[in-house]
Design a protein around this ligand. Structure first.
Ligand SMILES: [Zn+2]
Length: 516
């Protein structure tokens, strides 16, 4: 039997702590349920003393989420420990995680306490926590920058006091793998009683090393890794759960270790956290990015179609994606194109295939990569999407310092002309509200981004609009010399897509999981 590494998820505590990532209690509960489906070993649900809302949220998760250990964070002070103990009390299995800094920098400048005083506080906190639960975790904050002899003394004392997990945080993301691993080796070898506790690593990604440092710690004997979904967290974030889990799984030949994670739930968890926090992952993010399983090079695509393992080290279905998203480019051959179209619901042969492939090449020459949406649009062109598309015929906007911005918009759809007048808080708002009057379709505006393509006031203004309806997101992007015109056209483009694709999703149902 290979050694099993415990996965301690802190998305709801350290992850949620980062500015702008806050979640509602309902969202936290939803995330906690997904973490249970993912089968993480421990959920750090919050920091109960920090606010009444956080306390309630931890208690609700402790009450309702079954499976993982539910953990609450507490500073090494009595009122924190009791609050955390109270919050986790309804859990099947509850843990208190208490911490105090041990680095000289923190002792001098933050705590203004001596090493002996801090050691005493640590022991007292663990002793008090043990009155609430048998499962107590202790973290010497800023351990990676602490004096190793002092760190050993603190760890020995808290294990004696009843700490069952010793977490070594690289609080400021300063460690490098070999050095971080050496801390674990030293602690495990030097601390009397070390074998009675599980050692844990908690890394931050300030230097992009969080996953590497965590893997190094695991190799040096850590039995628990603290991490977050999508690697969210303060500053550059925490160790990413999906990366560390998939590294251990994909390279089992090297590590020889196991986790209990149901990896097929990873993408769902990633999406849920992205939606709840509003932090979407970048397309090239390892494991869960939209392009993580996309293969653009023609030679790669050809190999992939013959045998998946030629270029793929993980199977997309292992993380919960139905199939690999192949991004087509002008280097893609006819066969790759045909296979992709078939997956999208278009069976093409003979002349139809030739015609469609030619149209595809024209688009691919202008656009570096061609996504599924583009392919569907390509097919739609010949199926008369243009007849149902709204186009901008005429637009005027009145805006002055004192008055209410007013827009007149005329849209054309086929032979039909539709005109409306509307007002808004600004020029763009007036235009959008007026377009909404003409096209009353349910949606929410997720993003509105203006950027100048080149410098100067005569630069092209590029406007990107993202509209959401349910889980689906539709993007419109237009560049014009006039920013209001670009705004109107980008908005219309996104609305046209929403109207068109919104009802056509059956074609892409088999690929639904790709719309991350
Ligand atoms: Zn942290």
């Amino acid at each position: 039997m290979s050694r099993k590494i415990k996965i301690f998820d802190t998305t709801l505590r350290d992850g949620e702590q980062c500015p702008g990532a806050s979640m509602t209690a309902t969202e936290k509960l939803e995330v906690a349920h997904q973490l249970a489906r993912l089968k993480v070993d421990i959920i750090e649900a919050g920091f109960p003393i920090s606010s009444p809302g956080d306390f309630e949220s931890v208690r609700q998760i402790a009450r309702e989420v079954k499976g993982p250990v539910i953990c609450g964070l507490a500073r090494a002070v009595p009122k924190d420990i009791d609050r955390a103990g109270e919050a986790i009390r309804p859990a099947e299995r509850g843990r208190i995680h208490t911490f105090i800094a041990t680095s000289d920098i923190h002792l001098e400048h933050k705590l203004r306490k001596s090493r002996d005083e801090v050691l005493e506080m640590a022991v007292a906190a663990v002793t008090q926590a043990r009155q609430w639960t048998d499962d107590v975790e202790f973290s010497p904050e800023d351990a990676a920058r602490s004096d190793i002899e002092y760190l050993c003394r603190v760890v020995e004392a808290v294990i004696k006091a009843g700490a069952t997990t010793i977490n070594i945080p690289d609080t400021v993301g300063y460690a490098v793998p070999e050095q971080f691993a050496a801390i674990f080796t030293a602690l495990l070898n030097k601390v009397p009683g070390a074998e009675k506790a599980v050692f844990s690593c908690h890394c931050h990604n300030d230097l992009g090393l969080a996953v590497a440092n965590s893997l190094a710690a695991i190799q040096a004997g850590a039995g628990q890794v603290e991490c977050t979904i999508n690697g969210i967290g303060e500053r550059a974030g925490n160790t990413s759960l999906e990366e560390v889990v998939m590294a251990l799984r994909t390279r089992r030949d090297f590590f020889g270790l196991e986790t209990g994670i149901v990896t097929q739930e990873i993408v769902k968890a990633s999406r849920l956290v992205g939606k709840a926090t509003g932090f979407q992952v970048q397309p090239n993010k390892a494991v869960v990015g939209a392009n993580a399983f996309a293969h653009a090079a023609g030679i790669h695509q050809d190999g992939m179609l013959k045998e998946q393992t030629t270029y793929e080290i993980m199977r997309p279905e292992d993380v919960g994606l139905d199939s690999t998203r192949l991004v087509l480019s002008n280097r893609s051959g006819r066969h790759a194109f045909k296979v992709r179209m078939s997956a999208l619901g278009y069976e093409l042969d003979g002349e139809d295939l030739d015609r469609a492939y030619q149209r595809f090449l024209e688009v691919a020459d202008k656009k570096k990569v061609v996504f599924d949406e583009d392919l569907v649009a390509l097919m739609a062109e010949s199926e008369g999407l243009h007849d149902t598309e709204f186009t901008l015929e005429y637009m005027t906007v009145m805006s002055s310092l004192e008055g209410v911005p007013t827009a007149t918009v005329r849209l054309r759809r086929g032979e039909e002309f539709l005109t409306e007048v509307g007002t808004g808080v600004g020029s763009v708002d007036a235009v959008y509200r007026t377009i909404d009057k003409i096209i009353p379709v349910e949606h929410e505006l997720i993003d509105y981004i203006v950027s100048a393509v080149t410098g100067g006031t005569d630069a092209l203004a590029e406007v990107t609009v993202r509209l959401g309806r349910g889980e689906q997101i539709f993007t419109g992007r237009t560049a014009c010399l006039d920013v209001i015109e670009a705004s109107a056209k980008a908005y219309l483009q996104a609305l046209n897509k929403l109207l068109y694709y919104g009802d056509r999703r059956s074609h892409t149902e088999r690929l639904a999981a790709q719309e991350v």
